[in-house]
Design a protein around this ligand. Structure first.
Ligand code: ADP
Ligand code: ASP
Ligand code: MG
Length: 599
């Protein structure tokens, strides 16, 4: 007999008929011999209604009272669901987050789970009950009700599946599974049969609202077998697994964060410790910063830009102001009318030309790119908000993701992977080791620190800030068969943009030739390079949203007086480019910082 967790989202329990249909699934699973834990969200648009009710009274609701209010939505659902199960002839017990023993930290409205006690659930299951657990909520040490952030019921479900060692966690929702992009934006989007935790983690954190990104962190950390399924039919849904589907297209999906804001700190001193100061100011306020773009400093000054959720803008500006004050130099600017569009795919690890095609498609549609950042398996760009949805549609169709077997990008080709299966296995074992030492369920898992000393950096300054610029460069580079790794393009000033990227050192000469030819026609564009760089990467789970990782990484480098030239972040990797001569020292520092000193 195995244990199954079934989670039903708001639309899947919106009316009595749907509650009964969901209850029927739980009852069927029980009668097939499983122990069943059901996690339920608030019904329909209940959470939105509660937020509006608060807004009618105050524009500054206390976060504690907000959680008290929002948690009622899920309480209503569990009671009704338990009644429905009983109506269908099985025993059921509904439990709130507090009654289950979901203990969180005290960050109201975005709390993190620290611990779950399983005794009460186990006892109820053993006595033959279906357990109906309220999603999205917990309690802190002082018994204040907390909530886990919008969409957080997914996280309750995977966290319960993790601690109960469930055979499977099924996420029932209003679509057939995980699609190549939001089917509400692109009707031709196709359901994905299978994808990896890493791909889902990136997609979810980059805006694919179908899953709460922290739920995938749990799934990955504790190897929960996860399936996203339609509640309205018997579809197989999408399976989320440790490894990517080897047959899958190079690009898995496209995601959109419609409302994001950009903050830029310019005229910063270009010396060790500056990034550390900025990142700690942000981390202290638990601001999850994204799309960090830091470029090679010029004239002794550095500049960093990043995006943040729009609702965190005021707080971020305060924190940025403090950082500038601490540093005694720098200016803060921001921009709000932007959206972030990202493509994700494990195939990018080995396939060249993905970025070239994305930039080319945008250029053909006359959409300008404000900022670019990449990681191993994703590329994100910032575009004007009025063009966000159109950009998603165009990129999705540009890669033909609606086709069952989408072809690889038109430019570039597949380079055999240097990463052997055994190293992937070693990594997952290492991850398991780290997980077993966690004190709290949502602790950060840093599984590895990598040093790459085989790359060189190319920087182009004073680029024309218009559609087609990045496309021209990366198409030339991809057509030359070169694998580009980190790409960083910062926000433009007075019509000019700067772009940096890394390539294998052995390919530097050919890359410079190709780029020189492209930029020859652009007045003022200037090419420079650095052969002697090292790229350091911290790998793990949920790195971007666990604000402390950047803080610790940059603090460790600052203590060692190591200057940072370029930064890239994603949910699964934080990378920094530093001078080659500091590579080994930086690696040792970071291994120590994250307790990964190998014997
Ligand atoms: P639930 O209430 O079941 O948790 P959500 O509204 O949170 O449902 O998530 C389902 C919605 O996510 C879908 O209706 C869809 O519009 C949206 N969505 C965004 N990106 C994707 C994607 N890549 N695949 C599937 N759905 C997506
Ligand atoms: N009811 C919460 C929300 O609407 C949690 C969830 O649905 O997952 O965000
Ligand atoms: Mg949801």
């Amino acid at each position: 007999m195995s244990l199954i967790v079934q989670k039903f989202g708001g639309t899947s329990v919106a009316d009595a008929g749907k509650v009964l249909a969901a209850a029927r699934r739980a009852v069927d699973a029980k009668r097939q011999g499983h122990q069943v834990v059901v996690v339920v969200s608030a019904r329909g648009r209940k959470t939105d209604e509660l937020i509006s009710a608060a807004a009618e009274i105050t524009s500054h609701p206390s976060p504690r009272e907000m959680d008290m209010l929002l948690a009622t939505g899920e309480q209503e659902s569990v009671a009704l669901m338990a009644m429905a199960v009983r109506e269908l002839g099985e025993e059921a017990i509904s439990l709130t987050g507090a009654q289950i023993g979901i203990v969180t930290d005290s960050s109201h409205t975005k709390a993190r789970i620290q611990n779950i006690s399983t005794e009460r659930i186990r006892a109820a299951l053993v006595s033959g009950h279906i357990v109906i657990a309220a999603g999205f909520q917990g309690v802190d040490d002082a018994f204040n009700i907390t909530t886990l952030g919008r969409g957080g019921s997914d996280t309750t479900a995977t966290a319960l599946a993790a601690v109960l060692q469930a055979g499977e966690c099924e996420i029932y929702t209003d679509v057939d599974g995980v699609f190549t992009t939001d089917p509400r934006i692109v009707p031709e989007a196709r359901k994905i049969g299978r994808l990896s935790y890493d791909e889902m983690l990136e997609l979810a954190s980059l805006g694919a609202g179908v899953m709460h990104s922290r739920s995938i962190e749990f799934a990955k950390k504790y190897q929960v077998r996860l399936r996203v399924r339609p509640s309205g039919s018997d579809g197989e849904g999408t399976l989320i697994t440790p490894d990517a589907d080897a047959q899958a297209p190079v690009v898995t999906g496209v995601a959109l964060v419609r409302q994001t804001a950009r903050v830029t700190l310019s005229e910063l001193p270009d010396r060790p410790g500056v990034m550390s100061r900025i990142f700690s100011r942000m981390a202290d306020r638990k601001i999850a910063i994204d799309m960090v773009v830091q470029d090679v400093g010029s004239g002794g000054l550095a500049e960093v830009s990043f995006t943040i959720p729009e609702e965190d803008l005021a707080e971020t500006l305060t924190a940025a102001g403090q950082a500038v004050e601490d540093l005694g130099a720098g200016r803060v600017h921001h921009g709000t009318n932007v959206s972030k569009v990202s493509v994700v795919g494990a195939g990018m690890r080995t396939h060249t030309g993905v970025a070239a095609q994305m930039f080319g498609t945008l250029a053909a549609a006359d959409i300008n790119i404000g900022m670019v950042t990449t990681s191993e398996i994703k590329i994100s760009v910032l575009v004007d908000r009025t063009e966000g949805a159109a950009a998603v549609r165009i990129i999705h169709n540009g890669y033909s993701l609606g086709d069952e077997h989408a072809a690889a990008p038109a430019v570039g080709w597949d380079c055999p992977s240097s990463e052997s299966t055994s190293s992937t296995t070693a990594r997952s074992e290492l991850e398991q080791d780290v997980v077993s030492q966690l004190a709290a369920m949502e602790d950060i898992v840093v599984s590895e620190v990598e040093l790459d000393t085989d790359q060189a950096r190319v920087t182009i300054t004073n680029l024309p800030d218009r559609p087609g610029t990045a496309a021209a460069i990366f198409t030339a580079v991809a057509e030359g068969g070169l694998m580009v790794d980190m790409i960083v393009q910062n926000v433009s000033h007075s019509g000019q943009a700067n772009l940096s990227f890394t390539v294998p050192r052995n390919d530097l000469e050919s890359c410079l030739l190709l780029v020189r030819e492209v930029i020859a026609g652009w007045d003022g564009a200037d090419l420079s390079f650095d052969r002697d760089i090292a790229k350091l990467s911290v790998l793990g789970i949920g790195l971007r949203s666990h604000t402390g990782v950047g803080k610790r990484t940059f603090a460790a480098l600052a203590e060692a007086h190591i200057n940072i030239q370029m930064i890239n972040t994603s949910e699964i990797r934080t990378s920094a480019v530093i001078a080659a001569e500091h590579g080994q020292a930086a690696l040792q520092r970071l291994l120590q910082t994250f307790g990964l000193v190998h014997e």
